[in-house]
Design a binder for this molecule. Structure first.
Ligand code: MOS
Length: 772
């Protein structure tokens, strides 16, 4: 029974946030807190020869300076090998040696009574370096490109079917162009921050993270302390977009310093430090070859990507990841290669792979449609993939053609002149463009605990987190429906590593993963209440069958006669119970390798045991999924106005039609897609992290120089959903929504600019200078 799911209810934590009552990682009031300020390397490659801390140590308020010479030694994460040249997982092991591998790397941390005192002292630290020539300039290093291992989530970096080269040679029409994208920065509103406090052997950490469970596991390994002694909180997070999905040095340096100086320590990054030491999107060069027959059918697709990573870790931007699946073609070849540069380590950023990949591929599709003299929508419909031709499996559900048609209607596609540069509005050139959006629907094992209290309210505990996307709200709706309670009576608690293990907030997987676990836990608790009533002589439901009973309006009652039933609280009160609780784990994964079994005797194993008798878990796990692939699709449309004299671009309207399964909350879902669209606008038109070509340091290290769209840049945005539940992903039918909104967006805008001007810019961002 769905009473609240889908409704556009307000964010349950909205009032806390706008009144400043929601506590973010850096805001905890901890007694005796000391403040850590990192000292950043001013060179891009080399070694630290000496650090003179004498003057800094003498400054007022300074507690100490932590350097590679006096800090604690860390344990390498499993599978990493810091000595091998392949290095540890990310640049996670700060201050473990004197090596400098990128500009802005932390080489010391000053700890003082106030931030200001620490900053003043940090400025007085004298460092001498042995400088080496850094690898700078992406294109300068193509000769060193190598074939990397697998990408995120085990994504293949090389894919092939048929013979793309042979098919290209005989194709009637071909295109072959190169597209480039710059380094982008996540620029989440909340800078990364960590507070660490030791209590004997026990560590408590408040961290801005997309994974409390991940940080708990990593800290326990790296610091060499048991997981039970590591408590991580992330109650509210001001955006992550992937940058808080990896664990950066601040999360380790705070507990290291706290131990060393025997004080709780906070490290809160400045905006400049977020740019240099907390992730970024990698730079790419993508070569796309398309071959088609005169009938407009693709016969060959080639997608060849070079991207870059750091010397600290191997991160692959799998730009071609969607290419084998998105259109029908007998011959496909996707390649990725990687070069290493002395830059901070890149990491996932909203739709890692697909965001830049759909830019290149969807502009190439527009170029091919133009050569074929076909309408871009018709060209895509002609090459619609009815199944994943690479994996040879059906899509769990797909309504992409409907997305195209509704998008065309919304943007006014009929007004588009296929001839570029022909339509004017006053002095401005008008253009329309479109592209396909796509992102996989990930789901992984998750657990949750549900408790119904005798006062009539219910509580959910789950070790996932709300990174600002609405997780608290939609999970409240899921639980409220399962309990048959109004949303006001349900409290969802997240962001605490001691709760049952929930999914990390990455890969658009939380709703699809955690939702079914929360639902199953709540239904498990309700089943217990119903069983108590059935066994209770005093209950109007005495001796009835469980399957004939449902929950609603705070009651349980017969499905076919709502009058026969009673309030939940009456069942508990009469039986002298103050609460009924249940735990559930749904061990379902759309990526086979993520299914998990907890070790015997662990709290997680107890949840697995209880789940064996949970009907909702059992039904969910039994659903046959192996014949399907899970993807969301959508259509992105843009209308732009370009000033032919100045090259300035105004996005006039965006229409975005999304097929994401069940819409759990129309307001938060629309908001998620809008966020993705605006991210895509920045990607297309403004954002670019620039590096000094000589010394390799970041030049655009603040938001005055790294431009993101602001309210004045945002046009009318029409977001629509198909709204058909996915029958296979889960009983809720919702696929993820966090990332698909950016995919295809930059291409839709680039294609609209071409339609307006006849200028094909293949180098993002499309700034005015590139149009005049
Ligand atoms: Mo996302 S880039 O998987 O946080």
């Amino acid at each position: 029974m769905n009473e609240s799911l889908g409704k556009p209810i307000d964010r349950v934590e909205g009032r806390l946030k706008v009144t400043g009552a929601a506590t973010y990682a850096a805001e905890y009031q901890i007694k005796n807190l000391a403040y850590g300020v990192p000292v950043l390397s001013t060179i891009t490659k080399g070694r630290v020869k000496s650090i003179d801390v004498q003057q800094a140590q003498k400054m007022p308020g300074v507690i100490g300076v932590m350097t590679s010479e006096n800090c604690m030694m860390l344990h390498s994460p499993a599978g990493s090998d810091p000595g091998s040249g392949k290095f540890a997982e990310k640049d996670l092991l700060p201050l473990q040696n004197d090596r400098v591998l990128y500009g802005g790397q932390y080489i010391a941390v000053v700890v003082a009574e106030t931030t200001e005192q620490a900053e003043r002292a940090a400025a007085l630290i004298g460092v001498t370096y042995e400088e080496q020539k850094p690898a700078v300039g992406f294109e300068n290093h193509f000769a060193t490109a190598y074939q990397p291992g697998s990408g995120l989530g085990g994504a293949k970096t090389q894919e092939k079917r048929g013979d793309a080269d042979a098919a290209m040679k005989t194709a009637a029409v071909t295109t072959d162009e190169t597209y480039t994208t710059p380094v982008y920065s996540h620029t989440a509103m909340e800078p990364h921050a960590t507070i660490a406090e030791w209590n004997g052997e026990k560590l408590t950490v408040y961290d801005a993270t997309q994974s409390v469970m991940g940080v708990q596991a990593l800290l326990s390994t790296i610091l060499g302390i048991p997981k039970e002694n590591t408590q991580v909180y992330a109650l509210y997070i001001g955006g992550g977009f992937g940058s808080k999905g990896f664990t950066w040095a601040n999360t380790l340096l705070a507990p290291m310093a706290a131990k060393q100086f025997n004080r709780p320590v906070k490290i809160e990054l400045k905006r400049q430090q977020v740019f240099s030491a907390a992730g970024r999107r990698t730079q790419t060069q993508q070569k796309i070859g398309l071959g088609a027959g005169t009938d407009g059918k693709l016969v060959s697709v080639k997608h060849d990507t070079i991207s870059e990573t750091s010397f600290v870790d191997e991160f692959v931007e799998t730009a071609g990841v969607a290419t084998p699946m998105i259109y029908s073609s007998p011959n496909v070849e996707v390649k990725h290669s990687l070069v290493r540069l002395n830059r901070g380590t890149p990491c996932p950023m909203r739709a890692p792979g697909e965001s830049v990949g759909t830019y290149a591929l969807e502009v190439a599709m527009d170029e091919m449609a133009r050569k074929l003299k076909m309408d871009p929508i018709q060209f895509r419909i002609a090459n619609h993939s009815d199944m994943d031709e690479q994996k040879k499996k059906q899509f769990s559900s797909k309504y992409l053609k409907e997305c195209y048609l509704r998008g065309a209607e919304s943007i006014g596609w009929n007004d588009r002149n296929p001839e570029p540069g022909q339509t004017k509005q006053g002095n401005l050139l008008v253009g329309y463009g479109m592209a396909t959006a796509t992102y996989p629907a990930n789901r992984s094992a998750s657990s949750a605990k549900a408790t119904l209290y005798v006062d009539g309210h219910a509580e959910i505990l789950c070790g996932t987190q709300d990174i600002g996307t609405g997780t608290y709200t939609v999970m409240t709706q899921v639980a409220a429906d399962a309990f048959g309670l109004p949303v006001e009576k349900v409290k969802v608690k997240l962001g605490n590593s001691s709760y049952p293990k929930g999914a990390q907030s990455g890969g658009s997987q939380v709703s699809a993963s955690v939702g079914p676990a929360i639902r199953a836990a709540a239904l498990g608790a309700m089943s217990k209440v119903i069983k108590i009533a059935i066994a209770d002589h005093k209950s109007p439901l005495y001796d009835k069958k469980e399957e004939d009973i449902m929950a609603g309006n705070g009651r349980i009652h017969l499905k076919d006669n709502a009058n026969v039933g009673e309030a939940l609280v009456d069942v508990l009160r009469r039986n002298g119970m103050d609460k009924v609780e249940a735990q559930a784990k749904t061990n379902v994964s759309t990526r086979a390798q993520q299914s998990t079994t907890a070790p015997d005797g662990s709290p997680e194993a107890k949840i697995e045991e209880e789940s064996k008798t949970n009907a909702a878990v059992q039904a969910d796990e039994k659903t046959e999924r192996k014949d399907y692939v899970f993807h969301s699709f959508g259509a992105q449309f843009a209308k732009v106005l370009v000033d032919p004299d100045l090259g300035t671009i105004r996005v006039e309207k965006i229409a975005s039609i999304m097929d994401i399964g069940t819409v759990m909350n129309l307001k938060t879902a629309t908001n998620q897609i809008m966020g993705g669209i605006i991210f895509g606008m920045g990607m297309a038109l403004m954002e670019e992290t620039k590096y000094d070509p000589i010394n390799g340091r970041i030049v655009t290290r603040d938001m005055a120089q790294y431009l993101v769209p602001v309210n004045a840049d945002i046009p009318e945005i029409d977001v629509q959903f198909i709204g058909k539940p996915d029958p296979y992903i889960s009983p809720i039918g919702a696929r993820g929504i966090g990332e698909i909104g950016i995919t295809g967006m930059a291409a839709a805008i680039a294609n609209a600019i071409y339609n307006a001007t006849g200028r094909r810019v293949r180098d993002l961002p499309i700034t005015p200078d590139k149009l005049i």
